[in-house]
Write a protein that binds this ligand. Structure first.
Ligand code: SIN
Length: 325
């Protein structure tokens, strides 16, 4: 019988970052140490059994691309389908971890649950060589969670930061530098995990629908919407104020865009809470939909995936698909 192992996928981030001067930890470059080096820092006790590493990328996550998300997604899928892999940990920059979280949740969350495996994202707020860096503790927590998922009954796409496990979909970064900058919005692990029957298709290619985020603010002109529509944008996420309210000038432009076939998601720039529609959803007449608890960045990824899925199912009803993420 073959022995099982944990798969550790490295993508970079501050957890793999190095400060030039360890006394000035905020002055660092992300994505420097190889994932093998991160494992060496925590593996002294071998309490996680065998761990094998794959370097998927070594970047600052602000530079995450659709191409790289596709590459990561297929690496995760291969790990889930491999009987020898008992769980998967992904080291990732914290700046866009929530976007990768919603991507993996939508495309591989059901598969992970099917195989009763955990895929755990983790990262760090301080670089690897800083005094009191949080990376090693976070990595140990993630390896522990991935290894013990069966016992803990925690399957799917998870994340752990600062000792707090959650569904990766529910995570968002809400502080620029605090060690507990990543917080859980709306739902905890024991909440409803997957509303959809099946995963959305894992994109095979890196050319995703063009979706932009536009912010509503005092003095909005709406000109940005006109420019985007003229250039052929396929979707717009509006980061509204408060509960997703949109400046009237901007709203008029967005209604026009939606009438012209652009998919519009109404979310909130506030950073916590949810945006609900007062009108029944999906509102196909306006081509608008409310983001619920997905923030603008997560809504953007979810809208891209919903548009891709709608295209492959040959339907215009992207709203029903978005609503399941
Ligand atoms: C990054 O997202 O790659 C840099 C910031 C971080 O990991 O905290």
């Amino acid at each position: 019988m073959s022995t099982q192992y944990l798969l550790l996928l490295g993508t970079g981030g501050t957890i793999a970052g190095l400060a030039m001067d360890t006394q000035k930890p905020l002055n660092y470059v992300a994505g420097q140490l190889p994932v093998e080096g991160l494992l060496e820092q925590v593996q002294e006790s071998l309490e996680f059994g065998e761990v094998r590493t794959v370097q998927v990328a070594n970047i600052d996550s602000r530079n995450m691309t659709e191409e790289l998300l596709v590459k990561l997604g297929w690496a995760v899928k291969a790990g889930l389908e491999n009987d020898e892999v008992s769980g998967i940990v992904i080291t990732h920059g914290t700046d866009t971890m929530e976007e990768t979280g919603v991507f993996l949740h939508a495309t591989l969350g059901k598969l992970a649950s099917h195989y009763k495996k955990a895929v755990v994202l983790t990262g760090a707020m301080l670089p690897a060589n800083a005094d009191h860096s949080d990376g090693q503790t976070n990595l140990k927590s993630a390896l522990y969670l991935a290894k013990e998922a069966r016992g803990l009954q925690q399957f799917g796409i998870l994340a752990v930061m600062a000792g707090k496990p959650c569904l990766a979909r529910d995570l968002s970064k809400q502080h620029t530098h605090a060690l507990d900058a990543l917080v859980v919005n709306a739902r905890e692990l024991d909440g409803p995990i997957h509303k959809r029957q099946a995963d959305l298709q894992l994109p095979a290619q890196a050319s995703w629908p063009w979706v932009e985020i536009v912010t509503s603010h005092a003095g909005a002109s709406g000109k940005l919407v006109d420019m985007l529509v003229a250039q052929g944008v396929q979707g717009i996420v509006v980061a509204g104020t408060g509960q997703g309210s949109v400046n009237k000038v901007l709203a008029d432009q967005l209604i026009q865009a939606a009438l012209n076939g652009v998919a519009v998601i109404r979310s909130s720039r506030v950073g916590a809470g949810a945006v609900f529609s007062e009108i029944p959803e999906p509102d196909t007449a306006w081509n608008w939909l409310s983001a619920r608890d997905l923030n603008p960045a997560k809504s953007r990824i979810a809208l891209q995936l919903a548009l891709l899925e709608a295209n492959s199912r040959k339907t215009d009803d992207w709203q029903s698909i978005f609503a399941t993420i």
